[in-house]
Design a protein around this ligand. Structure first.
Ligand code: ACO
Length: 310
């Protein structure tokens, strides 16, 4: 029987964006850049480095231009950033970002709280941003938040998730990252949502973005792997959370994810020791700026060989 497990999985490191957007203190730009450099050195080939959103809405990422300009670029690494609208795209293009990530929610109330628009008003904006980014030679990734539940509305209709995933793909995004924004999804739900989606969308156009509020991110990952998903978002140090999603805990820790995958014989290209050092580095920096590093100490383990995901 053919194995259900892949040889290799792609990791999208979202720590410098998702991990820091909700932090109470401002992490100095130089520290962000040093951390991003360490993440690239550890073998992460995709790093979402910042957000070209309104600095009034997300003050911890108000230095997006400085971060993009200061990147110590490593060959083979894609440096991506969140972009909400044309204003954000213009800033991102001027800053030389490789990939724009557009975003919206599957639930009306979270979409409105997060980007101040209804879902219906958001789609044409994202369509325009995606077309303009592609015309400028950039690739585009799409995020769909609150796929497994909304902090304001509770359950989210799976058919709405399917419709919006298809809408994002039709406008030209490369892949859609399905967000469990508040970390309430469970393995059986992941199976049910993916069953619906995979009847309409090929697995290589989907990524999963799990938060670990209930400690189920890795269990959810296993189900998604078994169903053919090969791309996962994760955050170094398990940092993360959306300021407009009360109760959201951090993303699945990159260290936990890669250790599980490596133990299963699945390659990621990420070096466990290097990742652990990057995690310790940012957790110490956050302790200095008033964050809560204790909540995310899971990455601070050592061991493992460097592995290359071809
Ligand atoms: C996928 C996820 O995890 S979500 C991540 C967490 N959430 C986010 O990052 C969402 C952040 N949200 C936002 O930044 C805002 O809701 C926006 C920019 C999308 C929309 O906000 P609105 O207030 O409706 O924007 P509007 O177009 O009316 O502009 C208001 C002000 O923001 C400024 N602005 C709008 N877009 C941007 C931008 N991309 N970059 C910088 N400034 C901007 C405008 O210039 C205007 O400035 P002014 O008050 O000085 O005149």
């Amino acid at each position: 029987m053919a194995s259900r497990w892949p040889e290799c999985v792609q990791i999208r490191e979202v720590g410098p964006r998702d991990g820091l957007q909700n932090e109470p203190g401002f992490v100095p730009t130089a520290v962000k850049l040093d951390w991003i450099g360490r993440l690239a050195d550890a073998g992460l080939s995709y790093i979402e480095v910042t957000s070209f959103v309104s600095p009034k809405w997300i003050p911890p990422l108000a230095d997006a231009e400085e971060v993009a300009a200061g990147l110590r670029r490593r060959e083979g690494v894609t440096y991506a950033a969140l972009v909400p609208n044309m204003r954000g795209l213009e800033r991102a293009l001027r800053s030389g970002i490789d990939e724009a990530a557009v975003f919206m929610s599957a639930s009306e109330t979270h979409n409105r709280r997060n980007i101040n628009k209804s879902i219906g008003e958001t789609l044409p904006v994202l369509r325009e941003v995606t077309a303009a980014a592609k015309a400028a030679g950039k690739t585009v990734r799409g995020y769909l938040s609150t796929v497994f539940g909304c902090p304001y509305e509770g359950a989210v209709d799976t058919q709405q998730v399917v419709r919006l995933t298809e809408a994002l793909l039709e406008m030209g995004v490369r892949e859609v990252s399905l967000g469990d924004t508040i970390g309430i999804g469970h393995p059986r739900q992941v199976e049910a949502v993916l069953e619906e989606l995979l009847g309409r969308v090929p697995p290589d156009r989907l990524a999963l973005h799990f938060h670990d509020t209930n400690g189920l991110a890795l269990a959810n990952t296993v189900v998604a792997l078994q169903m053919g998903i090969r791309t996962f978002d994760a955050s170094c140090g398990g940092l993360g959370g959306c300021p407009y999603a009360p109760g959201a805990a951090g993303n699945v820790a990159t260290g936990d994810l890669i250790r599980m995958l490596h133990a299963m014989g699945v390659r990621t290209g990420v070096d466990e020791a290097g990742l652990s050092e990057a995690s310790a580095y940012i957790l110490q920096a956050l302790a200095r700026t008033g964050g809560d590093p204790g909540a995310a100490a899971g990455d601070c383990l050592t061991g493992g060989d460097r592995d290359v995901c071809s």
